[in-house]
Design a protein around this ligand. Structure first.
Ligand code: ZN
Ligand code: ZN
Length: 349
């Protein structure tokens, strides 16, 4: 298999089909998504697979790309990195996967395998990494091509809508949760959306205590948090009722960092799980003092994916998927931005 980065624009020449298929494209930052109808199906190159997309989760990172908060890659972007679908064509050299099999495609879409980070087992930090739905084609579409080495088998217990949010919200939540450390018993979740509603259940299942901090006044999110096992739920403007061992920040607000630092005990950890956050305001050193730590989570490794999906296969996660038609992707993004989605928005493709 080639170690060269994949082409950003895969040749679309597998077959011609009378029926067109739909992709939702970002043509420039700050512009609305456009529906683009395509005729030829994408052709998998060696080492790639083509997937008929069934469902694709909508992630806040998609908004960061749309808003230009992440650098635009210089070509139109089909976003979407929580892809669930079935294999419809295999490129040369693909083994261990079969036509018709259901797979998931995550954010990490390609790594070099040669840089210091890849060689150290930290492919999430690969300096040449390509990401699904940013550099590489994403799942806001009816068909997508992916590198066969970066797709996951999915637990049967979840339907397509339910499996989609596992692939980023679940995975990044899992990596953030792991960074809190095995000894963290009392964990605060800041921003109770797609990621927090999943990892709250894992934490409770593993005997941890979960406290949920939502947008002030967001009673629906607080009610959902309690339903899913949080022992306390309130606004992020409220102080933690008890000192926390760890704080996981999923909301893209830098102001939550000094807030969470005040909520964690000495020796506690604040984990910033988003790919983009507004600036962190300055704060007195004494809030960090006491060996409190602030860390960030970047992307995922395939091992994270395998670990989390094994956990998800062994316990019944209640996934609150809010479905939208693929053509309504713009509406789904608007709703996510406005905080109108309780759980995870999912496009049916
Ligand atoms: Zn994501
Ligand atoms: Zn690398």
């Amino acid at each position: 298999m080639s170690s060269r980065p994949p082409d950003d624009n895969t040749p679309a020449d597998r077959t011609t089909d009378d029926e067109c298929w739909l992709a939702m494209e970002m043509q420039a930052p700050g512009r609305p998504l456009q529906a683009v109808w395509r005729q030829a199906l994408p052709a998998p190159q060696d080492g790639q697979v083509c997937i008929r997309v069934a469902a694709c989760g909508v992630c806040r990172t998609d908004l960061h790309i749309l808003d230009g908060e992440l650098p635009f890659p210089g070509h139109a972007v089909v976003p979407g990195h929580e892809i669930v679908g079935r294999l419809e064509a295999l490129g040369g050299g693909v083994t261990g996967l079969s036509l018709g099999q259901r797979v998931g495609v995550p954010w990490l879409g390609w790594t070099c395998g040669r840089c210091e980070h890849c060689l150290a087992g930290r492919e999430n930090l690969c300096t040449a990494a390509r990401f699904t739905g940013w550099h590489l084609p994403g799942g806001y579409a009816q068909h997508v091509v992916a590198d066969a080495r970066y797709v996951f088998a999915l637990p049967d217990r979840y339907g397509d809508d339910e499996a989609a949010p596992l692939l980023c919200a679940g995975l990044i939540g899992w990596r953030a949760y792991a960074m809190a450390g095995a000894t963290a018993q009392r964990i605060g979740l800041y921003g109770f959306g797609a990621a927090a509603h999943l990892i709250a259940q894992v934490a409770v299942h593993q005997g941890r205590q979960v406290l949920a901090f939502t947008r002030p006044g967001d009673k629906a999110a607080q009610a959902l948090a309690r339903q899913l096992g949080a022992s306390w739920a309130g606004g992020s403007d409220q102080a933690a009722p008890l000192p926390l061992d760890a704080a996981l920040i999923f909301a893209p607000s830098g102001a939550l960092v000094p807030k969470a630092l005040q909520d964690v005990r000495a020796g506690g950890t604040v984990v910033c799980a988003g790919i983009h956050m507004s600036d962190i305001p300055s704060f007195p050193y004494r809030w960090l003092w006491g060996e409190r730590r602030i860390v960030s989570v970047a992307n995922l490794t395939r091992t994270d994916g395998e670990d989390f999906l094994r956990v998800a296969a062994a316990m019944p996660l209640r996934v609150h998927a809010v479905p939208y038609a693929l053509s309504q992707a713009g509406q789904a993004l608007d709703d996510l931005r406005a905080g109108r989605v309780s759980g995870a928005a999912v496009l049916r493709c």
